[in-house]
Design a protein around this ligand. Sequence first.
Ligand code: ADP
Ligand code: MG
Length: 618
Amino acid sequence: MADIIQLLPDHVANQIAAGEVVQRPASVVKELLENAIDAGATTIKLIIKDAGKTLVQVIDNGKGMSVTDARLSFERHATSKIRTADDLFLLNTKGFRGEALASIAAIAHVELKTKQEHEDVGTCIEIEGSTVNSQEVVVTPKGTSISVKNLFYNIPARRNFLKSNTVETRHIVDEFHRVALAHPNIGFVMFHNGSETFNLPDSNYRQRIVNIFGTKTNEKLVPVDEDTEVLKISGFVGKPEFAKKTRGEQFFFVNDRFIKSAYLNHAIGSAFEGLLKDGAHASYFLNLTVNPQTIDINIHPTKTEIKFDDEHTLYAILRSAVKHSLGQFNIAPVLDFDRDANLDTPYSYQQKGEPSVEIDRSFNPFREEKQFSNSGTSSSSSYKKTPSANWESLYVGLESKGTQTQQDFSEVEFESATKNESIFDNDNQVEKKQSTYQFHNKYIVSTIKSGMLLIDQHRAHQRVLYEDFLKNMTIKEAMSQQLLFPLQLHFSPQEINIINQLKTDLEHTGFIFQTIKEELVEISGVPVSVPESEVSIILEQLINDVENEVPDSNFSPTDLLAKSLAKSLAIKTGQSLTIMEQEHLVNSLFACKEPNVSPTNRTTFVTMTVDELDKKFV
Ligand code: ADP
Ligand code: MG
């Protein structure tokens, strides 16, 4: 039989590699920005069109490339950054794989213009699907400009897989933020569809954060500085009172590279223990500097995780440094500040495997005490949630049973019709027959003709509110309550942008906007159903939902808004309801068009027939 194995042609191999490196326009943004930084640029301009689907261009004033290098930069495994495998452990550049340009050129129309400082003229290369179409001499300023057009033009499946422009832009802005935060000493400008969306002059770290997230951020920042043999920390944490419900502004940089680490995130959470409201997340902007030989970043081109040699030590130092700052700046009472000598030498953690969650229930941030000095090892009382009685186990059976036999709404018939008519016509019926019952502040039980009905109060209420909001938005006549004093809320420029997009729909729900300016929104009226104190949380949640919108073609801002508001305003699990409220909820639910499911398609109620119950009693 003939031989069948062949080497893949280069352009095919490049396309396959591109699948790894380039997932979306934001990946191109990241790679190009990082190349510009590696080239020593001091100003970098990012130009985007149509969320990067039409164009991603990065212009830098870095060191540029020679004629030969310009051509070679598009070859796979072509890099100027490492020569031997050992160099991997001494890395001080972002790139080192030499894959990015080759991958990008395999799946887009790319134009490169580059010139080195001492040259009079530069080089321009046009390359399309790994084929070089032209290479010419051009007049161009010092530095490099790379434009990447029509990403995935030759892989329609990938192109179709791209999300809505809102989502892709969000990813791009995220990458831009990460790179800009890691390099405050470099000036960045970003243009989207012709308008300038960010202009970040070179500055110090605090100014950079403020330039990105809005002037209001300034007063929220608490500096963190710690210098130990194994780890240097600098940056800021957000004051606890500004903590948000949504995890937005959380940034770790290790040796100027953005990383994600659930473990280190936990260290911050534990430093804030007792200072945050339930469900709130601390914000942080922290730069960690470690010896490059103690980390391994060579995991995956697009992954943001890295491996540390001694995570436990980093955890302890980080936690302690953040606590120290919160204490020093009078945010938390000073707890441990004889500055433990242990800080400078690694702790001898013996812990293996996953970190265990240790919560010191006896820790009271408002009590002066000397505590925690030798930290983590003394997990005085590890907290474990004890299930309340065996109610839950009962419920598990119930639910699974219930969903299996979930009936059509049409079959749900209320029992109230069969209420025994008393022969004594009792006008002032003191003991009205109770038709609903709430248990565990979570479910409402009601009887129906065929048996019983169990309603999830939170989901049911979401359904009711959702249909209500939708209706209001379509007929455009919601009721507003005027506020005595307009509410002033601060947002970042990007958040303002989203509010502007949703303004009309928000107005149809009853919001009245007095002004929407650069970083400030003034609200003079809110929907009747919205308590004034909740407005900022609701808008924050809404912005977050828009940013994380599960995008598809049938995305509708109206629908998203209704869902988001319903989610924010619905009665929560854990809230106790009067009998009247319970009844009202049940009635409103069954007056809905689609009572069976919540706006996010979760079951709102289950039924159990008498037959089913009977079977349980055999
Ligand atoms: P890597 O960054 O991993 O080395 P890339 O494919 O991103 O791989 O880039 C290949 C090479 O092209 C780089 O090593 C660098 O020498 C050169 N290069 C890329 N972008 C620039 C730029 N903006 N300025 C100067 N040189 C660049
Ligand atoms: Mg690179």
